[in-house]
Design a protein around this ligand. Structure first.
Ligand code: ADP
Ligand code: MG
Length: 321
């Protein structure tokens, strides 16, 4: 009966803060899910990244031997990095700026920017008042502009180890190649992430992950929450996240009743994919653009509510038949 659906939407809203924006229709769409796609940063993780390591990428002997002076990032690099990231609203930028101020203790006040440009899903580049051009962003993005550059072997091992433990690795270039610094930034997994993945899997859904972060970092996080490696999509620029939604749809058996795809995300970078999915689910504490594009908003930002929403939808649709 239609009332089963109305009861379920009301229970979702009042008990859990699950807002089915499209009302009964949004709930009914959630009953036919075959795949649930999760964003990584701010969705499976808490979205409170912090800096956990930093090395400079030059000044290392060819044999890999190095001392503390070889690996310490210079104050000039830290202040340039903070100046560039001060204008960015990306969670990584906030973590970097806080680290320079509080962790390193370098004041960036003396350095301003003349101009800056964000590259969504990649990083940011800024021209400083002292003339330096600073870029901060992902390894693949740096590789685009410096294709022949590679970190010295000892440092490359650091970067590999960081990614293997799930850290995001960000490189810093000043006036050219990314030799100024590599920084590890880590975000805590949400405590209920593994349980939600297990619950959805047990309920018969395939669980995928899509992220703009690098493949090694993505694989480490997916492994920890129990998402199988095959459908993990890494290095996805914001518009490519919608391709992942389409790929998930294509992967479902055409005859199945469960042919719908949900996307769970939090960021402005997830807005397109949230709109493209049959069921877009936004974390309430995420960006306004994400909540606007989504059909379902988790007001408490509790990841467990993804499982609750799927269960409510399934129960309501069973009672309707
Ligand atoms: P996600 O899909 O995990 O939310 P994004 O699409 O926001 O990630 O970003 C992808 C990658 O681009 C980040 O892992 C980082 O390497 C790089 N990046 C994006 N914006 C910035 C920034 N402001 N500063 C440094 N790195 C950035
Ligand atoms: Mg995100």
């Amino acid at each position: 009966t239609p009332s089963a659906v109305m009861v379920a939407t009301a229970v979702g809203a009042s008990r859990h803060g699950i807002l089915f924006k499209g009302g009964a229709e949004a709930l009914q769409a959630a009953a036919g899910l075959g795949v649930v796609l999760f964003g990584k940063t701010g969705t499976l993780t808490e979205g409170k990244p912090r800096v956990t390591g930093a090395v400079r990428l030059d000044g290392v002997a060819a044999d890999g031997a190095r001392g503390p002076a070889d690996v310490a990032v210079s104050d000039a690099t830290w202040s340039a990095l903070a100046a560039a990231e001060a204008v960015s609203e990306h969670p990584l930028a906030r973590a970097l700026v806080a680290h320079v101020r509080e962790g390193v203790g370098v004041a960036a006040d003396g350095v301003g920017i003349v101009d800056s440009e964000a590259a969504p899903g990649r990083g940011i580049v800024a021209t400083l008042t002292d003339g330096r051009v600073v870029a901060v962003g992902s390894g693949p993005w740096m590789a685009d502009s410096s294709p022949t550059w590679a970190p010295p072997p000892a440092t490359a091992a650091d970067l590999t180890a960081w990614a293997a433990r799930g850290a995001t690795v960000v490189l810093v270039s000043i006036d050219g190649t990314p030799t100024a610094a590599a920084v590890a930034i880590e975000d805590t997994l949400r405590p209920d992430a593994s349980a939600v993945v297990a619950h959805l899997t047990r309920s018969g859904m395939a669980v995928w992950m899509v992220t703009g972060d690098a493949a090694a970092t993505a694989a480490a996080v997916a492994d920890r929450v129990g998402i199988p490696p095959a459908p993990v999509v890494a290095g996805a620029l914001p518009w490519a996240k919608t391709d992942a939604v389409a790929a998930a749809r294509d992967a479902l058996p055409p005859a199945s009743r469960y042919r719908r795809v949900a996307f769970v995300g939090d960021g402005i970078n997830d807005a397109l994919a949230l709109a493209a999915a049959d069921v877009g689910v936004a974390m309430g504490a995420g960006s306004a653009a994400a909540a606007e594009s989504a059909g379902v908003v988790l007001v408490r930002s509790a990841l467990a509510d993804v499982a609750v929403a799927a269960d409510l939808a399934a129960v309501a649709s069973q009672q309707q038949q």
